[in-house]
Design a protein around this ligand. Sequence first.
Ligand SMILES: Nc1ncnc2c1ncn2[C@@H]1O[C@H](COP(=O)(O)OP(=O)(O)OP(=O)(O)O)[C@@H](O)[C@H]1O
Ligand SMILES: [Mg+2]
Length: 556
Amino acid sequence: MIENDTSHCSILLIDDEPFAQQIIEHGLKSCVKHVLRYESSPARAVDLVCELKVTVVLVDLRMPDLDGFEFTRRLRANPATEHIPVIMLSSEDDPEIKAQAFAAGVNDYMVKWPDPRELVARVQYHNAACIARRERDAAFASLRVSQQQLAASESALHQAQKMEAIGQLTGGVAHDFNNVLQIIGGNLQLLKMVGGLNEVARNRVEMALAGVERGAKLSSHLLAFARRQPLQAVVLNPGHLLRDMDDMMRRVLGPNAHIETSIDPSLWSTVADPNQLNNVLLNLAINARDAMGGNGALRIRASNAGGAAPSPGAALPPGVAAGEYVLIEVADTGRGMPPEVLQRAFEPFFTTKPVGQGTGLGLSMAYGFVKQSGGEIILDSEVGRGTSVRIFLPRSEQDAAQPEAPVDVPLYGGLETILVVEDEEDVRSSTCAILSALGYEVLEACDAAGAIAVVESGRHIDLVFTDVIMPGPVSSLQLGEAVREHLPHAQVLYTSGYAEGVLAHEGKVSASVHLLQKPYHPDALSARIRHLLRPGRTGAAANSPRAAGTASVSAG
Ligand SMILES: Nc1ncnc2c1ncn2[C@@H]1O[C@H](COP(=O)(O)OP(=O)(O)OP(=O)(O)O)[C@@H](O)[C@H]1O
Ligand SMILES: [Mg+2]
């Protein structure tokens, strides 16, 4: 839109004769709301055109140091002033000179001294053209910015969809893989327990069990990436966790690397699974070690971020929804990542490390864990300048729970009665066999409805060990309620390799739910059962917040 308003009319008159100012001022009297500035030196005037945001220049042709032609050429040579309209004023009414003026770049030529009506009309015309051009340029610039923003959000959406699709796939594979590992591992353990194996056979069984353990580690990382890991979240203060990890970090980084930890003394608490958070931080430290080659500096910082009145440096970066967070940053001075590596670093199995040195699951599990915990993870890296990983976990209003002191539980069985509920026949049969071998009386059901029938039959049961996800109209949670109602003294221990939507609220399993992650080792199963059946426990309601799951750390 061309603006007729002359309020933006900013005129610069350049003439070596000061009286020219009065004549032009007089001529422009009828040009409302204009500003006229005068400069006698054309050399100084080039800078003034920029400084004063001039919209029209009136320049004399003949001046001692620099004439109007040269002044115009200089203006046109500068990208900031190349389009400013120039009206040349001259006493020479000569077509040859006028042609030279236009060749030098002037927009108009007036013979001294023009009639005020003509002067005002021409000044207003060039002023409007200048403003229209500026508005058009501003509109193009803002269009370019919007296009860039659109391209950035399209690429972020594409990235998120890609991660979601890979997550669906890996989550599904890991779930089935866990059941397969449970069958293989359970039967191998049974072979060991039954005994009668010679040394060669025992060694073979041990090797096969080591393979099961490796598979379990792999599938737990895949589940973490897929955001389907059963998380046992508690209210915690990451500062305590970081202090506890200090020694381990130093061992990981080696003697030549420098570690600097700074923890905000008034750090908020958050709700997260401490074992998994521990794993994530350890994986970040291993990545930093590999990137720094044993030297360099690792900076670990925990602080509050976001909220109503963020302190300096605590503002949230783009991509993190408004809110209050606990921020944990792990930054190294290593080799950094080129853009094509940075772009793919969270993808599972993406690694730049030589075969056998990296599985490419460290950052993907960190990504899945943080997302599942309701937070955000942001990676910044530049080749030669190092890498920073920032983890934003939502603030919890509650105070951090004191971790329960580990209980020394002997790994033997008992005489109690246990109801095993599992739809996979092979898993159920090996689990029942293990529990029988440990001395328990074992009842079994292949789904929650069948289990409720056993619970309601009035039989004495001390503990129900149930899979979380089973086919059929009755869910494992309904089974848990039936147990609470009919057998208030019995304990419920859930097992799953996958807790999506069933036990988990917003991806987190309540601390009061007892969960054993698949595939489980008989020792872990036995220890959990003995822990739940230890004297003094008086029923399912008397649950204590005990973190579940075994820590598994990628070796980098
Ligand atoms: N701190 C870092 N500095 C430089 N590059 C890094 C850093 N962290 C990760 N990377 C790059 O991202 C890739 C993926 O990292 P990720 O932790 O997922 O897998 P990995 O370290 O290769 O293998 P794994 O952690 O499974 O043993 C790495 O191979 C490396 O190229
Ligand atoms: Mg790694």
